[in-house]
Design a protein around this ligand. Structure first.
Ligand code: KG4
Ligand code: ZN
Length: 334
């Protein structure tokens, strides 16, 4: 097969990103313009503000990605864009830009599922052949997915309430840490002890689903009760104990899913895969269980467009193209 150069675009949340990737594996550029600083003052992502910022940034980000890759639009074989899930107004900016370029340059258009992007991020580091299990942990998702073949997914378990990153961000807010809270909790946890016994939601026997809202409430209750009793709390211990509870459940259920499916390859994806406690626990378990473990470097765990271009490559090979009716979808099954 000749080499296939894909321009990827990602605007599902608070990063405006464009990237050029060859054959789904070789990254020529990956430009990420983060809005974190803007949303921090509101304590979270404000959808309307995010959309406006994407509009202001998108063309510059695309130009920079092409320039860094040393490519012109004419050198690009297809335009790939995140079509969902995510903030619909934010997604629409990327989808509209991608459609405009595809139409103007008469190039194939590929709509990519954001979570498929997170899974394929790993292909930019090491190529892994399906079947494998994927643990997806982000601000919007907590899922155990069996990747049977390229583009063929079976969801084995998912969260029944909060996503794990959401739980990190909410607990961080109650500890008055800045947005996004995940990295802050991670840092704080490294100085604390896991002395507080927060609940682990295992759900019914054998369940591969997750629940984090009870844990979040338990942390809140602990903080409120300590305040009422006039007890000074150690925020680092709260962070460490909360993180330990999350990691226990994530690793425990992943182990169960690996056993159920008979898999020995695991790919971890999404923003929370940046968590040092989770990375360490997974590395230890992988060693003990003899798993082939793939956790991408932190840059490829959080939102970026190279992962979207990587996930688009198998779709390109199958001629799985979108037309000008491609739309942004806030809730989209994998
Ligand atoms: O994948 P991502 O960049 O965006 C979504 O698609 O959601 O994930 C963002 C989430 C946020 O909730 C953030 O707090 C969390 O990932 N996160 C972390 C860490 N770094 C990012 N959570 C725990 N520990 C970290 N080091
Ligand atoms: Zn994401």
């Amino acid at each position: 097969h000749n080499s296939v150069t894909i321009l990827g675009i990602e605007t599902s949340c608070d990063e405006t990103s464009a990237a050029v990737v060859v054959n789904g594996t070789e990254e020529l550029s990956n430009v990420i313009s983060s809005q974190i600083e803007i949303h921090r003052r509101y304590g979270g992502v404000v959808p309307e503000v995010a959309s406006r910022r994407h509009i202001e940034n998108i063309l510059y980000v695309i130009d920079e990605a092409l320039e860094k890759a040393g490519k012109a639009l004419d050198d690009i074989d297809a335009i790939a864009v995140t079509r969902g899930p995510g903030l619909v107004g934010a997604l629409l900016v990327g989808v509209s830009a991608a459609k405009a370029i595809a139409f103007a340059k008469n190039k194939p258009l590929i709509g990519v599922h954001h979570i498929a992007g997170h899974i394929y991020a790993n292909q930019l580091i090491t190529e892994v052949q399906p079947p494998y299990l994927s643990l997806i942990v982000s601000g919007g998702h907590t899922e155990l997915v069996l990747v049977k073949a390229d583009g063929q997914y079976e969801i084995l378990g998912q969260t029944l309430d909060d996503a794990v990153g959401e739980a990190f961000d909410k607990v961080a807010r109650t500890l008055e840490l800045p947005y996004p809270g995940g990295p802050q909790i991670d840092k704080l946890a490294q100085q604390g002890s896991t002395s507080i016994d927060f609940p682990r939601a295992w759900l019914e026997e054998g369940s591969l689903n997750f629940s984090f809202s009870g844990l979040k409430s338990a942390v809140l209750n602990y903080l409120n009760q300590s305040k009422q009793k006039g007890i000074t709390i150690a925020p680092a211990d709260v962070a460490a104990s909360f993180q330990a509870a999350v990691v226990d459940v994530l690793v425990g259920k992943t182990k169960l899913a690996m056993e159920h499916t008979g898999m020995n390859k695991l790919i971890v994806a999404g923003g929370v895969a940046a968590n040092s406690g989770l990375r360490q626990a997974l590395q230890e378990t992988a060693k003990e269980q003899d798993w082939q473990l793939h956790i991408p470097p932190i840059l490829y765990c959080t939102d970026n467009a190279a992962m979207i271009a990587a996930a688009a490559y198998p779709l390109y090979l199958k001629d799985d193209f979108a037309d000008m009716s491609l739309n942004a979808t806030a809730y989209l099954p994998l």
